[in-house]
Structures are given as C-alpha cells and as structure tokens.
Design a protein around this ligand. Structure first.
Ligand SMILES: [Zn+2]
Ligand SMILES: [Zn+2]
Length: 483
C-alpha cells in the first residue's frame, strides 16, 4: 500500500509536511512551518509555550498528531514517547523555514536527507538565530544535573546535545525500499532540490519550490526533462503563483539594478532576502559595474563562511563582499576609552569570530566614502541609518516581496517612516519571485506528463484545473491512496 498525506501545504503557501507511506517505509517530504496558520494564532507578544510546544501545535493544526515522530523530551510532557521511531527520514527540498522550520521537533534518530547547501544554511541559522532552531543538533530540554559535582542540589542542564544523522543526497539515495533521485533546481535559496521517488506504486515527482527564471533555470529544465523519463504516476507540484502568467527574471533584475545605481552620488541602500545568494550575486555584480562594493550584514557573512567551509560552490565568496559591523548595546566598539574585552562584550561568540576579518566595514568607513558602497539594510536594520548617515543623493532599492498580509502592511508603513526621515522616498522596487508562473507550471506539467497532479503550496489549488491534466485536490490530513 502506498499513500500520500498532506499534513501541510494543502490550500496554503508553505508548511510542507507531506507524508509518503510505502509498505513499511514512512518518510516526510519536508517538515515546514505554516506561517499562515502560525500567524493566525500568534503575534510577537503571544508566543508558543516551550513545555507544551508539540501538544499545543497539534491542537492548532500546526503539527500532525502522529506517534513515533517527535523528540521524547518535548513529547513526554503530554504523552509517553515511543521507544523507537516510526519514520525513516525527512527528505528536505530546501532550507526555507516553510519547508524546514519544524524539523527541530523531530526526534534525532530520524535522519535528515538534504543537499550540502541545505545543511550549511540550517547550521548557520542554528548558530546565529535566537529562535527555536535545532535542526542538526538537539539540546535536551527539561533535564536536571547536579548543581556542582557531589552536590545534592540540582540545576537545569543546558549542555546535553544529540547530533541528528544527516545524509547528503547522492544522485540516487536509498531509504529502505524507496529510491530517491534528487535534482538541483532554481529557487530563491541555495541547495534547492526536486525529486523523483521510486515507490512500489510507481514513480512520484515532488517539485519542492521551483522557478524557471532565475540564474539556474537550466537546472529546473534538466529536472523536468529527467522527471518525464520516469513516466510518473503522480506529480506533487507547487503552485504559489498559479494565477500569474509572467515572470520577471533574475538577470533582468541585475540589468535594472545596474541602471538604477549608475550616476548615484550618495549611498546606495538596498534590501534583499537574507539567504538568497543568487540575489546577492545580482547586487554584487551591479555594485561592481558602478565601482562599488556590496556590504552585507554579519549573519549573511557568517552564512557565506559556513557555506564555504562545507565546500558549497555557486554562492558568492566572503571575500567578494564587505560586511557591516554595527554598534550594539554599549556602542563602544573601536572606542579606546574602553578595554578590548568590554568593547567585545556586546557581540556573541560567532560575531566575535567575524570582527577581525579584513572585509569588515564600520559605519565610519561608509560615512566617509558613501559612493564606494552598496549597503544592505533590512527592516530591522533601519536604525543603523543613524550611524551610517546617508548623504543627499542616496537611494533605497527594495528587492523583497510586497506585503501580502496585515502584519507586513504595518511593517511597510513603519519602514516608509524611516525612509522618509532619511530622504529615501520614493524607494525603487525591484524584485523577482522564487516561484514559477502559472504558464511555467502548465509547461512543466505538460512535459512531465504525470498520470495525476496534486497541487500543493498554493492558495489556489483550483487554478490547476485550467491545465490539461488530471488534478486531485486534497485537504489537510486527507490520505490519498495510490494503490
Ligand atoms: Zn515554500
Ligand atoms: Zn522556498
């Protein structure tokens, strides 16, 4: 018996948690966070409770109610955890949080299958982010240890960690009786893959998130060509932009950036998605063409160094960019009235590692020579404009998606207040989507020619009915039997 169950991504963009059961093998295709569903219950000040994370998330429909899947430290707080795992792996398409965000809840003895780029991005996130990110290394929660050696007084143990087994994709990865063929595809983050999975009911294709108009469109086309050769019985296709007909390409964007940056006398300030290294490439090239250097933030720079350490090519190298060291808390970095250790105290360990690198850039350097830099500044970094002091003749290029919910609208209004304060309005919008248009999806379906298509990762699954294919629409948690 072979079946597919959408425990996320049914009628919504993201939250992909797709259970594939084939005889005795059970795997999840992605295990992501549903931002829409999460946002309909939580706000920045109404946050989940640590001790009851899993049971609360099950009640809210954010996690599936399955046993033998979750880590014991959290699961034991509301029911007895099974001694053995009942799932054989999580196959990760790419490290965006709507696909990877809930892996932190999965027990460590369920291995993760991903690309090297995917692994490096998750590791960097884990090391630099304050959120609950335990993808590769699980810190055991709710555990006690003696306060001191030989002491009877107990304290909370924060040190016990378990490493998850991570398997990097090869061309053909065996998971029990499944054979997984992975194909790198074009998307807005590095390490993105689509799959053909050989099951006992025939071959199943999963697109992950895919586009055909970025820097790696040839990857996506190659995947489509290969997927067709497998004569698949089922295609799980993303449909984020199913109702849109055209795509503005990444190379068009790079060309427009070059135009916008030419003849600018002041500082060029830009915002683009933190982990989109292909967009970063567009900004590096555009900056270079006008004799400037792109300055990214410390987390991005650290991510590049982790990618480099893991041998991931096709991403910018750290020495191609500068990175900005903001003044934090006490604001005394490079102030010799304070001892060196006090200057460093505002920075975490990974940040301190970065401070001495030769391509670190201070606000003073940007203030003195604004015409030499393209300064990346996202919403949360707008406060640094006080230190950078963009002179007259500066511009702001916004290369992120336009708001699609109420919270993002509020954020946009606040961002505009900052931009107005620094004379940066009107800003220049220049963005390119990470997702295929409806026309491109139609073309992909036609070429792969699967027996059936299940639309996922879209708010408009009905939009697929316009295509010449047998469309099966499934609700959250509804099982689709293949044989
Ligand atoms: Zn997604
Ligand atoms: Zn994505």
């Amino acid at each position: 018996m072979t079946s597919i169950t959408l425990h996320g991504a049914a009628g919504e963009i993201g939250g992909n948690k797709i259970l594939l059961e084939d005889k005795d093998t059970n795997v999840f295709l992605d295990f992501g966070l549903s931002f829409g569903r999460f946002g309909s219950y939580f706000t920045p000040y109404l946050q989940p409770r640590k001790w009851s994370y899993i049971s609360d998330f099950i009640k809210l429909g954010l996690l599936p109610d399955l046993e033998g899947l979750y880590r014991a430290d959290y699961e034991n707080r509301f029911r007895k955890s099974k001694p053995e795992p009942e799932y054989d792996g999580i196959i990760l398409s790419h490290p965006h949080l709507d696909h990877a965000g809930h892996i932190s809840f999965v027990r460590a003895d369920i291995p993760l299958y991903c690309s090297m780029g995917g692994k490096a991005i998750l590791q960097a996130l884990e090391e630099t982010s304050a959120g609950f990110h335990e993808f590769t290394r699980l810190k055991e929660a709710f555990k006690l240890r003696p306060f001191k050696r030989d002491s009877t007084k107990m304290t909370r143990d924060k040190e016990t960690k378990t490493e998850r087994k991570i398997n990097i994709f090869t061309n053909q990865t065996k998971i029990d009786n499944l054979t997984v063929h992975s194909f790198p595809v074009d998307h807005s983050i590095c390490g993105a893959n689509a799959f053909v999975i050989e099951t006992s009911a025939g071959n199943i294709v999963y697109t992950g998130d895919i586009r055909f108009h970025g820097r790696r469109s040839n990857y996506s086309h190659f995947f489509v060509e290969k997927a067709a050769e497998f004569d698949p019985v089922l295609l799980l296709s993303e449909g984020t932009r199913v109702s849109e007909r055209t795509s503005f390409g990444e190379l068009d964007l790079e060309r427009e950036l070059k135009k916008e940056m030419s003849d600018i006398k002041g500082l060029v300030i830009v915002n683009f998605p933190a982990r989109d290294t292909d967009r970063m490439r567009s900004f590096i090239e555009a900056a270079k063409s006008v004799g400037r250097k792109l300055v990214i933030n410390m987390k991005q720079a650290y991510t590049l160094s982790v990618l480099e350490r893991n041998g991931v090519s096709e991403v910018p190298r750290l020495d191609e960019v500068g990175f900005y060291i903001p003044k934090k808390s006490w604001g005394v970095l490079n102030n010799d009235d304070y001892p060196h250790n006090i200057q460093l105290a505002d920075y975490s360990k990974w940040e301190q590692e970065m401070l001495n690198k030769s391509n670190a850039v201070t606000d003073e350097e940007i203030r003195e020579n604004p015409q030499e830099y393209v300064f990346r500044c996202d919403f949360y970094e707008l406060k640094y404009l006080f230190d950078v002091q963009p002179p007259e003749g500066s511009i702001y290029i916004k290369s992120v998606t336009e708001p699609f919910d109420e919270e993002m609208e509020i954020e946009k209004a606040k961002a505009n207040n900052w931009l107005e304060l620094f004379n940066l309005l009107p800003y220049i919008p220049l963005h390119c989507s990470g997702h295929a248009s409806g026309a491109e999806i139609q073309d992909m379906i036609q070429k792969i020619a699967p027996k059936k298509v299940i639309p996922i990762h879209t708010e408009e699954p009905e939009g697929f009915r316009a295509f010449d294919a047998e469309i099966v629409i499934k609700q959250l948690g509804e099982k689709y039997q293949l044989n």
